[in-house]
Design a protein around this ligand. Sequence first.
Ligand code: HEM
Length: 503
Amino acid sequence: MSSILSQGRSVELDDVQGLVRFGYKHLTEASFLLLRVKDPAAARAWLAQAPITSAVNADPLPETALQVAFTSEGMGALGIDGDLCEGFSPEFVAGMASDPARKRRLGDVGANDPGGWRWGVGERVPHVAVLLYARSGRLAAWEQEIGAQCAAGLVPIERLSTSDTQRTEPFGFVDGISQPQVDWERKRPVRDQDELEYRNDSCLGEFLLGYPNEYGLYTPRPLLPPQLDPGGLLPRAEDAPDQADLGRNGCYLVMRQLRQDVQGFWRERDRQADGDADLRERLAAAMVGREKNGEPLAAPDGKSGADGAWKPGSELNAFTYQDDPRGVRCPLGAHIRRTNPRNADLPPGAPGILSRLCRMLGFNARALEQDLVASTRFHRLLRRGRAYGPGVVPAPAATGSSASPDTGLHFICLAANIKRQFEFVQSAWMMGSKFAGLTGESDPLLGHRLPDLADSPTDDFSIPQADGPDRRLSRLPQFVTVLGGAYFFLPGIRALRYLATAR
Ligand code: HEM
Protein backbone atom coordinates (compact mmCIF):
# COMPACT_ATOMS: atom_id res chain seq x y z
CA MET A 1 0.00 0.00 0.00
CA SER A 2 1.36 3.40 -1.00
CA SER A 3 1.60 5.73 1.94
CA ILE A 4 3.32 8.76 3.36
CA LEU A 5 5.10 7.76 6.55
CA SER A 6 4.46 9.86 9.60
CA GLN A 7 4.91 10.00 13.30
CA GLY A 8 1.42 8.56 13.68
CA ARG A 9 -0.27 6.09 11.37
CA SER A 10 0.54 6.61 7.72
CA VAL A 11 -1.82 8.20 5.22
CA GLU A 12 -3.10 5.61 2.74
CA LEU A 13 -2.78 7.66 -0.43
CA ASP A 14 -4.13 4.87 -2.60
CA ASP A 15 -7.36 5.08 -0.60
CA VAL A 16 -7.79 8.85 -1.02
CA GLN A 17 -9.46 10.29 -4.12
CA GLY A 18 -6.86 12.34 -5.96
CA LEU A 19 -8.80 15.61 -5.95
CA VAL A 20 -8.03 16.05 -2.26
CA ARG A 21 -4.31 16.17 -2.97
CA PHE A 22 -4.14 17.55 -6.50
CA GLY A 23 -6.12 20.18 -8.37
CA TYR A 24 -5.43 18.29 -11.64
CA LYS A 25 -4.34 21.54 -13.23
CA HIS A 26 -2.48 19.67 -15.98
CA LEU A 27 -5.84 18.09 -16.92
CA THR A 28 -7.17 21.25 -18.51
CA GLU A 29 -10.48 19.77 -19.64
CA ALA A 30 -13.17 18.74 -17.17
CA SER A 31 -16.86 18.03 -16.96
CA PHE A 32 -19.01 17.27 -13.95
CA LEU A 33 -21.89 14.84 -14.47
CA LEU A 34 -24.76 15.05 -12.00
CA LEU A 35 -26.71 11.81 -12.04
CA ARG A 36 -29.66 10.07 -10.45
CA VAL A 37 -29.98 6.41 -9.70
CA LYS A 38 -32.31 4.54 -12.04
CA ASP A 39 -31.22 0.99 -11.18
CA PRO A 40 -29.57 0.69 -7.76
CA ALA A 41 -28.05 -2.75 -8.39
CA ALA A 42 -26.52 -1.68 -11.71
CA ALA A 43 -25.27 1.59 -10.20
CA ARG A 44 -23.64 -0.29 -7.33
CA ALA A 45 -22.09 -2.80 -9.72
CA TRP A 46 -20.40 0.06 -11.56
CA LEU A 47 -19.29 1.79 -8.33
CA ALA A 48 -17.76 -1.47 -7.10
CA GLN A 49 -15.16 -1.33 -9.86
CA ALA A 50 -15.22 2.24 -11.25
CA PRO A 51 -11.65 3.33 -12.16
CA ILE A 52 -11.30 6.03 -9.49
CA THR A 53 -8.04 7.98 -9.58
CA SER A 54 -6.21 7.93 -6.25
CA ALA A 55 -3.92 10.46 -4.54
CA VAL A 56 -0.77 8.43 -5.26
CA ASN A 57 1.84 10.39 -7.21
CA ALA A 58 1.89 9.06 -10.75
CA ASP A 59 4.87 9.29 -13.09
CA PRO A 60 4.06 10.16 -15.82
CA LEU A 61 1.09 12.25 -14.72
CA PRO A 62 -2.28 10.69 -15.55
CA GLU A 63 -3.95 11.52 -18.87
CA THR A 64 -7.42 11.35 -17.32
CA ALA A 65 -8.96 11.23 -13.86
CA LEU A 66 -12.29 10.12 -12.38
CA GLN A 67 -13.72 11.09 -8.99
CA VAL A 68 -17.07 10.04 -7.52
CA ALA A 69 -19.15 11.59 -4.73
CA PHE A 70 -22.65 11.02 -3.31
CA THR A 71 -25.33 13.19 -1.78
CA SER A 72 -27.09 11.82 1.27
CA GLU A 73 -30.22 11.40 -0.87
CA GLY A 74 -28.09 9.47 -3.32
CA MET A 75 -26.96 7.03 -0.65
CA GLY A 76 -30.62 6.29 0.07
CA ALA A 77 -31.37 5.88 -3.64
CA LEU A 78 -28.51 3.40 -3.98
CA GLY A 79 -30.19 1.33 -1.28
CA ILE A 80 -27.44 1.83 1.27
CA ASP A 81 -28.74 0.91 4.72
CA GLY A 82 -29.51 4.08 6.68
CA ASP A 83 -27.81 2.61 9.77
CA LEU A 84 -24.50 2.66 7.92
CA CYS A 85 -24.82 6.36 7.29
CA GLU A 86 -25.56 7.46 10.83
CA GLY A 87 -22.70 9.65 11.87
CA PHE A 88 -22.51 11.78 8.76
CA SER A 89 -22.79 15.47 9.56
CA PRO A 90 -26.30 16.96 9.91
CA GLU A 91 -25.61 19.52 7.14
CA PHE A 92 -24.72 16.76 4.70
CA VAL A 93 -27.77 14.72 5.68
CA ALA A 94 -30.11 17.72 5.43
CA GLY A 95 -28.69 19.01 2.13
CA MET A 96 -27.79 22.50 0.97
CA ALA A 97 -31.27 23.77 0.06
CA SER A 98 -33.08 22.06 2.90
CA ASP A 99 -34.46 24.76 5.16
CA PRO A 100 -35.18 28.50 5.23
CA ALA A 101 -32.65 29.25 7.96
CA ARG A 102 -29.81 27.62 6.01
CA LYS A 103 -30.89 29.39 2.81
CA ARG A 104 -30.81 32.74 4.57
CA ARG A 105 -27.44 32.06 6.19
CA LEU A 106 -25.86 31.01 2.90
CA GLY A 107 -27.30 34.02 1.09
CA ASP A 108 -29.59 31.85 -1.04
CA VAL A 109 -32.34 34.46 -1.12
CA GLY A 110 -33.79 36.70 -3.81
CA ALA A 111 -32.25 35.83 -7.19
CA ASN A 112 -30.22 33.09 -5.44
CA ASP A 113 -33.29 31.31 -4.07
CA PRO A 114 -33.19 27.54 -4.66
CA GLY A 115 -36.69 27.86 -6.16
CA GLY A 116 -34.97 29.17 -9.29
CA TRP A 117 -32.04 26.75 -9.35
CA ARG A 118 -31.30 24.60 -12.40
CA TRP A 119 -30.35 21.68 -10.17
CA GLY A 120 -30.13 20.84 -6.47
CA VAL A 121 -33.81 20.88 -5.51
CA GLY A 122 -36.58 18.22 -5.52
CA GLU A 123 -36.28 15.80 -8.41
CA ARG A 124 -33.17 17.64 -9.50
CA VAL A 125 -31.12 16.86 -6.41
CA PRO A 126 -28.24 14.82 -7.84
CA HIS A 127 -27.57 11.41 -6.30
CA VAL A 128 -24.06 10.97 -7.63
CA ALA A 129 -21.47 13.41 -8.96
CA VAL A 130 -19.01 12.02 -11.47
CA LEU A 131 -16.09 14.40 -11.93
CA LEU A 132 -14.11 13.82 -15.11
CA TYR A 133 -10.75 15.40 -15.92
CA ALA A 134 -8.62 14.95 -19.04
CA ARG A 135 -5.70 16.35 -20.96
CA SER A 136 -6.55 18.69 -23.78
CA GLY A 137 -8.44 16.87 -26.53
CA ARG A 138 -9.12 13.75 -24.47
CA LEU A 139 -12.26 14.64 -22.49
CA ALA A 140 -14.87 13.64 -25.07
CA ALA A 141 -13.57 10.06 -25.36
CA TRP A 142 -13.11 9.76 -21.58
CA GLU A 143 -16.64 10.99 -20.93
CA GLN A 144 -18.05 8.58 -23.50
CA GLU A 145 -16.18 5.68 -21.92
CA ILE A 146 -17.31 6.42 -18.36
CA GLY A 147 -20.81 7.38 -19.51
CA ALA A 148 -21.19 4.00 -21.21
CA GLN A 149 -19.93 2.19 -18.09
CA CYS A 150 -22.42 3.77 -15.72
CA ALA A 151 -25.41 4.15 -18.07
CA ALA A 152 -27.21 1.02 -16.85
CA GLY A 153 -27.48 2.34 -13.31
CA LEU A 154 -27.32 6.13 -13.48
CA VAL A 155 -29.09 8.74 -15.56
CA PRO A 156 -27.65 12.26 -16.01
CA ILE A 157 -29.77 15.22 -14.94
CA GLU A 158 -27.12 17.86 -15.66
CA ARG A 159 -23.78 18.01 -17.41
CA LEU A 160 -21.66 20.87 -16.09
CA SER A 161 -19.10 21.77 -18.71
CA THR A 162 -15.99 23.75 -17.82
CA SER A 163 -13.65 25.91 -19.84
CA ASP A 164 -9.91 26.18 -19.76
CA THR A 165 -9.48 29.82 -18.81
CA GLN A 166 -5.79 29.43 -17.95
CA ARG A 167 -6.38 29.82 -14.19
CA THR A 168 -8.27 33.09 -14.65
CA GLU A 169 -11.82 33.32 -13.34
CA PRO A 170 -14.39 35.02 -15.61
CA PHE A 171 -14.11 38.52 -14.05
CA GLY A 172 -10.50 38.40 -15.25
CA PHE A 173 -8.52 37.68 -12.05
CA VAL A 174 -6.00 34.88 -11.56
CA ASP A 175 -7.67 32.35 -9.23
CA GLY A 176 -6.58 29.38 -7.16
CA ILE A 177 -3.46 31.08 -5.78
CA SER A 178 -4.14 30.74 -2.08
CA GLN A 179 -4.72 27.23 -0.76
CA PRO A 180 -4.00 25.83 2.68
CA GLN A 181 -0.93 23.65 2.77
CA VAL A 182 -2.20 20.28 3.92
CA ASP A 183 0.04 18.41 6.36
CA TRP A 184 0.17 15.13 4.40
CA GLU A 185 3.30 14.15 6.29
CA ARG A 186 1.42 14.39 9.58
CA LYS A 187 4.45 16.14 11.01
CA ARG A 188 2.85 19.22 12.43
CA PRO A 189 2.16 18.97 16.13
CA VAL A 190 -1.38 19.69 17.14
CA ARG A 191 -1.32 23.22 18.50
CA ASP A 192 -3.14 24.64 21.43
CA GLN A 193 -5.29 27.75 21.42
CA ASP A 194 -2.30 30.06 21.92
CA GLU A 195 -1.14 30.04 18.33
CA LEU A 196 0.13 33.56 17.81
CA GLU A 197 1.16 33.64 14.16
CA TYR A 198 -0.91 33.04 11.06
CA ARG A 199 0.39 29.96 9.24
CA ASN A 200 -0.72 28.47 6.00
CA ASP A 201 -0.41 24.83 6.96
CA SER A 202 -3.43 22.88 8.17
CA CYS A 203 -3.79 19.58 10.01
CA LEU A 204 -4.79 16.76 7.67
CA GLY A 205 -7.97 16.27 9.69
CA GLU A 206 -9.29 19.65 8.52
CA PHE A 207 -9.76 18.07 5.10
CA LEU A 208 -9.74 14.30 5.51
CA LEU A 209 -11.96 12.46 7.96
CA GLY A 210 -10.27 9.98 10.24
CA TYR A 211 -7.32 12.19 11.21
CA PRO A 212 -6.89 14.82 13.98
CA ASN A 213 -8.11 18.30 13.06
CA GLU A 214 -6.95 21.73 14.26
CA TYR A 215 -8.58 21.09 17.64
CA GLY A 216 -6.59 17.86 17.99
CA LEU A 217 -9.87 15.94 17.67
CA TYR A 218 -11.32 13.49 15.18
CA THR A 219 -14.30 15.00 13.36
CA PRO A 220 -17.43 12.86 13.95
CA ARG A 221 -18.05 10.41 11.09
CA PRO A 222 -19.73 7.02 10.65
CA LEU A 223 -17.92 4.36 12.68
CA LEU A 224 -19.26 0.82 12.31
CA PRO A 225 -19.07 -2.26 14.51
CA PRO A 226 -16.69 -4.76 12.86
CA GLN A 227 -19.49 -7.28 12.23
CA LEU A 228 -20.85 -4.86 9.61
CA ASP A 229 -17.55 -5.18 7.78
CA PRO A 230 -16.90 -8.93 7.93
CA GLY A 231 -14.56 -8.82 4.94
CA GLY A 232 -12.38 -6.20 6.67
CA LEU A 233 -12.67 -3.87 3.68
CA LEU A 234 -12.74 -0.66 5.70
CA PRO A 235 -9.80 0.80 7.63
CA ARG A 236 -10.03 0.70 11.41
CA ALA A 237 -10.54 4.03 13.21
CA GLU A 238 -7.39 5.55 14.70
CA ASP A 239 -9.31 6.87 17.68
CA ALA A 240 -11.47 3.72 18.11
CA PRO A 241 -9.51 0.70 16.80
CA ASP A 242 -12.40 -1.69 17.44
CA GLN A 243 -14.55 0.20 14.92
CA ALA A 244 -14.52 0.23 11.11
CA ASP A 245 -14.07 3.78 9.82
CA LEU A 246 -16.42 4.56 6.92
CA GLY A 247 -15.27 8.18 6.88
CA ARG A 248 -11.49 7.71 6.86
CA ASN A 249 -9.80 9.10 3.77
CA GLY A 250 -13.03 10.76 2.66
CA CYS A 251 -14.30 14.32 2.98
CA TYR A 252 -17.26 16.52 2.14
CA LEU A 253 -17.43 18.21 -1.24
CA VAL A 254 -19.46 21.40 -1.62
CA MET A 255 -20.53 22.30 -5.14
CA ARG A 256 -22.24 25.51 -6.23
CA GLN A 257 -22.87 26.76 -9.73
CA LEU A 258 -22.22 30.51 -9.62
CA ARG A 259 -23.16 32.55 -12.67
CA GLN A 260 -21.04 35.69 -13.07
CA ASP A 261 -22.40 38.82 -14.71
CA VAL A 262 -19.07 39.83 -16.20
CA GLN A 263 -20.46 42.65 -18.31
CA GLY A 264 -22.38 44.04 -15.33
CA PHE A 265 -19.32 43.85 -13.07
CA TRP A 266 -17.07 45.81 -15.45
CA ARG A 267 -19.78 48.25 -16.57
CA GLU A 268 -20.43 49.15 -12.94
CA ARG A 269 -16.69 49.65 -12.29
CA ASP A 270 -16.53 51.86 -15.39
CA ARG A 271 -19.45 53.95 -14.17
CA GLN A 272 -17.89 54.37 -10.72
CA ALA A 273 -14.55 55.31 -12.31
CA ASP A 274 -16.22 57.76 -14.65
CA GLY A 275 -14.56 56.09 -17.63
CA ASP A 276 -11.05 56.32 -16.12
CA ALA A 277 -9.55 52.95 -17.13
CA ASP A 278 -6.84 53.01 -14.46
CA LEU A 279 -9.29 53.78 -11.64
CA ARG A 280 -11.66 51.12 -12.99
CA GLU A 281 -8.90 48.50 -12.55
CA ARG A 282 -8.05 49.76 -9.07
CA LEU A 283 -11.66 49.61 -7.89
CA ALA A 284 -12.03 46.07 -9.19
CA ALA A 285 -8.77 45.01 -7.53
CA ALA A 286 -9.95 46.56 -4.23
CA MET A 287 -13.05 44.34 -4.36
CA VAL A 288 -10.99 41.19 -4.88
CA GLY A 289 -7.99 42.14 -2.71
CA ARG A 290 -5.54 41.26 -5.48
CA GLU A 291 -4.52 42.74 -8.82
CA LYS A 292 -5.69 40.85 -11.89
CA ASN A 293 -2.30 39.14 -12.09
CA GLY A 294 -2.72 37.88 -8.53
CA GLU A 295 -0.47 40.33 -6.67
CA PRO A 296 -1.92 40.90 -3.21
CA LEU A 297 -2.87 44.51 -2.39
CA ALA A 298 -1.80 43.96 1.20
CA ALA A 299 1.82 43.76 0.13
CA PRO A 300 2.13 46.24 -2.75
CA ASP A 301 5.65 47.34 -1.90
CA GLY A 302 6.95 43.88 -1.20
CA LYS A 303 7.63 44.31 2.49
CA SER A 304 4.44 43.83 4.44
CA GLY A 305 4.39 40.03 4.73
CA ALA A 306 4.36 38.74 8.29
CA ASP A 307 8.05 37.99 7.96
CA GLY A 308 8.78 40.50 5.21
CA ALA A 309 9.16 37.58 2.82
CA TRP A 310 6.79 38.62 0.06
CA LYS A 311 8.39 39.97 -3.11
CA PRO A 312 6.48 41.14 -6.16
CA GLY A 313 6.39 38.45 -8.80
CA SER A 314 7.57 35.72 -6.44
CA GLU A 315 5.44 33.93 -3.85
CA LEU A 316 2.00 35.51 -4.07
CA ASN A 317 0.73 34.11 -0.84
CA ALA A 318 3.20 34.94 1.94
CA PHE A 319 1.50 37.95 3.48
CA THR A 320 -0.88 38.85 6.26
CA TYR A 321 -2.99 41.93 7.04
CA GLN A 322 -1.08 42.60 10.23
CA ASP A 323 0.46 45.84 8.92
CA ASP A 324 -2.81 47.01 7.40
CA PRO A 325 -5.30 47.04 10.30
CA ARG A 326 -7.50 49.79 8.77
CA GLY A 327 -7.61 48.25 5.32
CA VAL A 328 -5.85 51.10 3.55
CA ARG A 329 -3.91 48.75 1.31
CA CYS A 330 -6.50 45.99 1.09
CA PRO A 331 -10.05 46.95 2.12
CA LEU A 332 -11.35 45.03 5.15
CA GLY A 333 -14.30 43.84 3.07
CA ALA A 334 -12.32 42.69 -0.02
CA HIS A 335 -13.23 39.16 -1.14
CA ILE A 336 -9.92 37.55 -0.14
CA ARG A 337 -9.80 39.38 3.19
CA ARG A 338 -13.29 38.20 4.07
CA THR A 339 -12.68 34.60 3.00
CA ASN A 340 -9.35 34.33 4.80
CA PRO A 341 -8.57 37.15 7.26
CA ARG A 342 -5.14 35.57 7.83
CA ASN A 343 -4.99 36.05 11.57
CA ALA A 344 -4.30 33.77 14.49
CA ASP A 345 -6.02 33.36 17.82
CA LEU A 346 -5.05 36.73 19.25
CA PRO A 347 -5.57 40.22 17.80
CA PRO A 348 -2.58 41.38 15.76
CA GLY A 349 0.08 43.15 17.77
CA ALA A 350 -1.27 41.96 21.10
CA PRO A 351 0.42 38.70 22.02
CA GLY A 352 0.92 37.66 25.59
CA ILE A 353 -0.95 36.40 28.58
CA LEU A 354 -2.10 39.84 29.75
CA SER A 355 -3.79 40.80 26.51
CA ARG A 356 -5.29 37.33 26.23
CA LEU A 357 -6.75 37.76 29.72
CA CYS A 358 -8.07 41.24 28.88
CA ARG A 359 -9.71 39.86 25.80
CA MET A 360 -11.24 36.91 27.63
CA LEU A 361 -12.65 39.27 30.22
CA GLY A 362 -14.02 41.57 27.55
CA PHE A 363 -11.81 44.62 28.32
CA ASN A 364 -10.59 44.87 24.76
CA ALA A 365 -12.45 47.64 22.97
CA ARG A 366 -12.08 45.91 19.60
CA ALA A 367 -12.95 42.44 20.96
CA LEU A 368 -16.20 41.90 19.05
CA GLU A 369 -14.71 43.07 15.80
CA GLN A 370 -11.64 40.90 16.29
CA ASP A 371 -13.69 37.87 17.27
CA LEU A 372 -15.49 38.01 13.96
CA VAL A 373 -12.21 37.52 12.17
CA ALA A 374 -10.30 35.43 14.72
CA SER A 375 -8.80 31.97 14.40
CA THR A 376 -8.65 31.60 10.67
CA ARG A 377 -7.12 28.15 11.03
CA PHE A 378 -10.50 26.63 11.89
CA HIS A 379 -12.13 27.92 8.70
CA ARG A 380 -9.92 26.95 5.78
CA LEU A 381 -11.19 25.51 2.49
CA LEU A 382 -9.48 23.53 -0.25
CA ARG A 383 -10.84 25.07 -3.43
CA ARG A 384 -11.13 22.87 -6.49
CA GLY A 385 -13.59 24.78 -8.71
CA ARG A 386 -13.41 25.35 -12.45
CA ALA A 387 -14.68 28.21 -14.62
CA TYR A 388 -17.34 27.63 -17.24
CA GLY A 389 -18.64 29.47 -20.29
CA PRO A 390 -16.86 31.79 -22.66
CA GLY A 391 -14.40 34.16 -21.01
CA VAL A 392 -15.08 37.86 -21.46
CA VAL A 393 -12.34 40.41 -22.07
CA PRO A 394 -12.91 43.11 -19.43
CA ALA A 395 -12.44 46.27 -21.50
CA PRO A 396 -15.08 45.49 -24.14
CA ALA A 397 -17.27 44.16 -21.33
CA ALA A 398 -17.06 47.49 -19.55
CA THR A 399 -18.33 49.45 -22.48
CA GLY A 400 -20.52 46.91 -24.30
CA SER A 401 -24.24 46.91 -23.81
CA SER A 402 -25.01 43.26 -24.53
CA ALA A 403 -26.06 40.85 -21.76
CA SER A 404 -23.40 38.61 -20.22
CA PRO A 405 -23.12 35.14 -21.71
CA ASP A 406 -23.73 32.19 -19.36
CA THR A 407 -20.34 32.31 -17.70
CA GLY A 408 -19.22 31.63 -14.17
CA LEU A 409 -17.63 29.31 -11.69
CA HIS A 410 -18.47 25.75 -10.74
CA PHE A 411 -17.31 26.41 -7.19
CA ILE A 412 -16.07 23.27 -5.46
CA CYS A 413 -14.50 23.11 -2.04
CA LEU A 414 -13.42 20.21 0.15
CA ALA A 415 -13.63 20.16 3.94
CA ALA A 416 -14.02 17.73 6.84
CA ASN A 417 -16.66 19.91 8.50
CA ILE A 418 -19.24 21.61 6.26
CA LYS A 419 -20.59 23.81 9.03
CA ARG A 420 -17.35 25.07 10.56
CA GLN A 421 -15.59 25.51 7.25
CA PHE A 422 -17.77 26.17 4.17
CA GLU A 423 -20.93 27.40 5.92
CA PHE A 424 -19.00 29.62 8.32
CA VAL A 425 -16.95 31.27 5.58
CA GLN A 426 -20.00 31.68 3.36
CA SER A 427 -22.35 33.03 6.02
CA ALA A 428 -20.35 34.76 8.76
CA TRP A 429 -17.57 36.14 6.61
CA MET A 430 -18.87 36.53 3.04
CA MET A 431 -22.55 37.30 3.60
CA GLY A 432 -22.04 38.74 7.09
CA SER A 433 -22.95 42.43 7.20
CA LYS A 434 -21.03 42.90 10.48
CA PHE A 435 -17.73 41.35 9.38
CA ALA A 436 -14.66 43.11 10.82
CA GLY A 437 -16.76 45.96 12.23
CA LEU A 438 -18.08 46.95 8.79
CA THR A 439 -21.67 48.02 8.33
CA GLY A 440 -23.96 48.04 5.34
CA GLU A 441 -21.84 45.69 3.23
CA SER A 442 -21.30 42.05 2.34
CA ASP A 443 -18.87 40.36 -0.04
CA PRO A 444 -18.38 42.82 -2.93
CA LEU A 445 -18.24 40.00 -5.52
CA LEU A 446 -20.85 37.58 -4.15
CA GLY A 447 -23.30 39.65 -2.07
CA HIS A 448 -27.00 39.34 -2.91
CA ARG A 449 -27.47 43.02 -1.93
CA LEU A 450 -30.76 42.47 -0.09
CA PRO A 451 -31.18 43.98 3.40
CA ASP A 452 -30.14 41.71 6.29
CA LEU A 453 -32.45 40.40 9.03
CA ALA A 454 -32.20 43.71 10.90
CA ASP A 455 -33.25 45.44 7.66
CA SER A 456 -29.82 47.03 7.28
CA PRO A 457 -28.46 47.42 3.75
CA THR A 458 -25.71 45.11 2.50
CA ASP A 459 -24.98 46.71 -0.87
CA ASP A 460 -22.15 49.13 -0.02
CA PHE A 461 -18.41 48.66 -0.30
CA SER A 462 -15.99 50.88 1.58
CA ILE A 463 -12.40 51.53 0.57
CA PRO A 464 -10.44 53.14 3.45
CA GLN A 465 -8.14 55.98 2.44
CA ALA A 466 -4.77 56.80 4.03
CA ASP A 467 -5.94 60.32 4.78
CA GLY A 468 -9.55 61.27 4.82
CA PRO A 469 -12.80 59.37 5.03
CA ASP A 470 -13.46 56.03 3.35
CA ARG A 471 -14.40 56.03 -0.29
CA ARG A 472 -17.83 54.40 -0.32
CA LEU A 473 -19.36 52.66 -3.33
CA SER A 474 -23.12 52.44 -2.85
CA ARG A 475 -26.02 50.46 -4.24
CA LEU A 476 -23.88 47.76 -5.83
CA PRO A 477 -25.90 45.48 -8.08
CA GLN A 478 -25.63 41.70 -7.75
CA PHE A 479 -22.81 40.25 -9.86
CA VAL A 480 -22.97 36.54 -8.92
CA THR A 481 -26.12 34.40 -8.94
CA VAL A 482 -26.42 30.87 -7.55
CA LEU A 483 -27.84 28.45 -10.13
CA GLY A 484 -27.50 25.18 -8.24
CA GLY A 485 -25.75 23.47 -5.38
CA ALA A 486 -25.41 20.37 -3.24
CA TYR A 487 -23.39 18.81 -0.45
CA PHE A 488 -21.61 15.58 -1.40
CA PHE A 489 -19.49 13.01 0.41
CA LEU A 490 -16.30 12.16 -1.48
CA PRO A 491 -15.53 8.77 0.10
CA GLY A 492 -12.22 7.02 0.50
CA ILE A 493 -11.87 4.42 -2.27
CA ARG A 494 -12.27 1.44 0.09
CA ALA A 495 -15.36 3.09 1.62
CA LEU A 496 -16.74 3.54 -1.90
CA ARG A 497 -16.25 -0.17 -2.65
CA TYR A 498 -17.76 -1.04 0.73
CA LEU A 499 -20.85 1.10 0.09
CA ALA A 500 -21.22 -0.45 -3.36
CA THR A 501 -21.26 -3.96 -1.97
CA ALA A 502 -22.75 -3.62 1.56
CA ARG A 503 -26.32 -4.81 2.05
C1 HEM B 1 -18.05 33.53 -8.70
C2 HEM B 1 -17.62 33.45 -7.46
C3 HEM B 1 -16.21 33.70 -7.01
C4 HEM B 1 -15.21 34.39 -7.61
C5 HEM B 1 -15.25 35.16 -8.94
C6 HEM B 1 -14.06 34.30 -6.75
C7 HEM B 1 -12.83 34.88 -7.04
C8 HEM B 1 -11.71 34.76 -6.25
C9 HEM B 1 -10.42 35.30 -6.57
C10 HEM B 1 -10.07 36.10 -7.83
C11 HEM B 1 -9.57 34.98 -5.56
C12 HEM B 1 -8.09 35.37 -5.44
C13 HEM B 1 -7.17 34.27 -5.92
C14 HEM B 1 -6.69 33.36 -4.83
O1 HEM B 1 -6.29 33.81 -3.75
O2 HEM B 1 -6.73 32.15 -5.04
C15 HEM B 1 -10.33 34.23 -4.59
C16 HEM B 1 -9.85 33.72 -3.41
C17 HEM B 1 -10.60 33.02 -2.49
N1 HEM B 1 -11.94 32.74 -2.55
FE1 HEM B 1 -13.18 33.22 -4.06
N2 HEM B 1 -14.39 33.57 -5.65
C18 HEM B 1 -15.69 33.18 -5.76
C19 HEM B 1 -16.41 32.42 -4.86
C20 HEM B 1 -15.96 32.01 -3.63
C21 HEM B 1 -16.74 31.29 -2.66
C22 HEM B 1 -18.20 30.86 -2.81
C23 HEM B 1 -15.92 31.05 -1.59
C24 HEM B 1 -16.19 30.36 -0.27
C25 HEM B 1 -17.35 30.16 0.27
C26 HEM B 1 -14.62 31.61 -1.91
C27 HEM B 1 -13.53 31.53 -1.11
C28 HEM B 1 -12.29 32.01 -1.44
C29 HEM B 1 -11.11 31.79 -0.62
C30 HEM B 1 -11.04 31.02 0.69
C31 HEM B 1 -10.06 32.44 -1.27
C32 HEM B 1 -8.61 32.51 -0.81
C33 HEM B 1 -8.44 33.67 0.15
C34 HEM B 1 -7.03 33.69 0.72
O3 HEM B 1 -6.61 32.66 1.25
O4 HEM B 1 -6.37 34.73 0.64
N3 HEM B 1 -14.70 32.19 -3.15
N4 HEM B 1 -11.63 34.11 -5.03
